[in-house]
Structure formats: structure tokens, C-alpha cells
Design a protein around this ligand. Structure first.
Ligand SMILES: Nc1ncnc2c1ncn2[C@@H]1O[C@H](COP(=O)(O)OP(=O)(O)OP(=O)(O)O)[C@@H](O)[C@H]1O
Ligand SMILES: [Mg+2]
Length: 257
């Protein structure tokens, strides 16, 4: 099952991705967590100590690898390079073990909105295709709001798309755009989570706008999340209320499987 988590910046994608991935791992599933955010910090949210163990170099920053696989230097445009490079060994080589799961930091597509066809993007796209279409473990993909990572073909392999929204007009508008894109890309199972909620009224207003049927859960504003982020530690052990909702989302996703 491939779960993609998306939404406007700062709504709680990484926090919720880490809880989903960790809960699945605790349930005995084989989990691969993917940090595809340009300023990704999924590793830290999962309990990885970057100060002690060092920064994890994202896949697209591995210049020698990009050149070896695509036949072209990273950053070069226009020339010839392999569009479908070999990627099936990358998880074994570059993922790390964190709290009972594998974690891979890919980084983000380079200038994807400008349609950059550079070797790094070819490697990353090929890797994501492999991940979504060929792997059989549970994949939790912490993504940016845009859908540049997913192309037709990969998008259809997304088993569940979780849109995170917080009470705020920009987050709601982003959620609306994402759900439209998801429909256009034929992603069948799409739901949203309202995070950082302060009142019932916020829930009903957002549910009215985004549709009550695809509301998968509500998570109150919780200082424990802020505190875990501040201290750079995993939230899993200290957030029973949030975990309750995360477990419900997992059950729903399993039921759709
Ligand atoms: N339920 C919550 N209550 C209070 N704070 C929360 C809650 N969920 C997440 N946060 C806090 O909101 C901030 C942003 O969360 P997070 O990094 O998970 O968001 P994001 O969507 O991944 O952000 P980015 O777009 O920058 O990657 C963090 O400080 C996090 O601790
Ligand atoms: Mg994030």
C-alpha cells in the first residue's frame, strides 16, 4: 500500500507522516518512509538524531550517482542522458533504519514547475516510479503540496492520498487544488485530515467546503507536537490523542485495500 501525504506548507504533513509510518511499523508492517520534501525533516520526526549521526544526503544531491546512472552531470540540461536509469538497488544502498522502518531521503525535483528535464529529475522520477509501482512494502511518502513527483502511471499506484489541512483559508484552498488534481490523475482513495483544530466551528466550516464524506479525521491543536518539534524528538510516545486518529486512518486505508 502506498500512502502519500500532502497539503500546504506547515500544516503538519511531516508530523502526521511520521506517526503513520511509525504506527504501521509498530503493527508489524514492513514500512518504507520517504522524505520527498525539499526542506525535509521526516528523519528527525521519526527520531533520527541528525546532530549526532549526521545529515542524510538526499538522493538527488548524490552527484556521482546521478552521473553514473544517467550518463550525464547533474545540473546539465539539454544534452543526452538516460531517461529511465536503473534504480532498483537504491533502497538497499541508501535507506537507513529508523525505529523499525527504512527511511529514504530523496529531496525534491529540481525546478519542476519550469519543466526541468535534468539528470537529477530523471533519476528521482525513475526512483519514484519504482517505489510506487514495483515495491510491495507499505510506503509513506511525505510530499510537498504540488504533484510534481507523481506522473500519470505513478499517481495511479497511490493507494491513499491524505490531504492535511489546518484552519486557514490558504490551507483550505491548497487542499481544494490538490483534490482536483487528484481527481484528474485518477487517484481513487482521497481523504483529508483537519489538523491543529481549536473549535467545532472550524471543523464544520472546513467539512462543508471540502465535503464531509472525505473527512478522515480531526486532530486538535496540541502543544506536545510543538514541543517535540522544538526538542527535535519523535512524537510517537507522547501523543495518544493524535495517534488515535492516525490509527483510524490506517484502519480506513486497510479497509479500502
Ligand atoms: N496538532 C498539532 N498541534 C499543534 N502543532 C502541530 C500539530 N501538528 C503539527 N504541529 C506543528 O506544526 C509545525 C509544522 O508541522 P510539520 O513540520 O509536520 O508540517 P509540514 O506540513 O511538514 O511543514 P513543511 O511544509 O514545512 O514541510 C511543527 O512545529 C509541528 O510540531
Ligand atoms: Mg514537512
Amino acid at each position: 500500500m502506498k500512502i502519500a501525504i500532502t497539503g500546504k506548507g506547515g500544516v503538519g504533513k511531516t508530523t502526521l507522516s511520521s506517526l503513520l509510518a511509525r504506527e504501521l511499523a509498530e503493527q508489524g508492517k514492513r514500512v518504507l518512509a520517504i522524505d520527498a520534501d525539499p526542506n525535509g525533516n521526516l528523519a528527525e520526526a521519526l527520531g533520527y538524531d541528525a546532530d549526532k549521526d549526521g545529515r542524510i544526503e538526499p538522493l538527488i544531491e548524490k552527484k556521482a550517482l546521478v552521473e553514473e546512472r544517467t550518463g550525464s552531470k547533474p545540473g546539465s540540461m539539454g544534452g543526452y542522458f538516460v531517461l529511465n536509469p536503473r534504480v532498483d538497488d537504491l533502497i538497499d544502498r541508501f535507506s537507513i533504519e529508523v525505529n523499525g522502518m527504512r527511511l529514504m531521503v530523496t529531496g525534491d525535483l529540481k525546478e519542476a514547475r519550469g519543466g526541468c528535464y535534468c539528470p537529477e529529475n530523471a533519476l528521482l522520477r525513475s526512483f519514484l516510479r519504482h517505489l510506487m509501482v514495483e515495491r510491495d512494502e507499505w510506503v509513506v511518502l511525505d510530499m510537498e503540496a504540488g504533484f510534481e513527483h507523481l506522473t500519470r502511471g505513478t499517481a495511479e499506484s497511490v493507494g491513499a492520498l491524505v490531504i492535511v489541512v489546518e484552519p486557514g483559508l490558504r490551507a483550505i484552498k491548497t487542499a481544494e487544488k490538490i483534490s482536483l488534481l487528484a481527481r484528474q490523475m485518477n487517484i481513487g482513495n482521497v481523504g483529508y485530515l483537519i489538523n491543529k483544530v481549536h473549535s467545532e466551528e472550524q471543523v464544520s466550516t472546513i467539512a462543508e467546503r471540502l465535503g464531509p464524506d472525505s473527512l478522515w479525521g480531526v486532530i486538535p491543536f496540541d502543544f506536545k507536537a510543538i514541543d517535540a518539534d522544538f526538542r527535535g524528538c519523535a512524537l510517537y510516545e507522547s501523543c495518544d490523542e493524535m495517534l488515535g486518529t492516525v490509527r483510524e486512518v490506517i484502519e480506513r486505508i486497510k479497509a479500502e485495500k
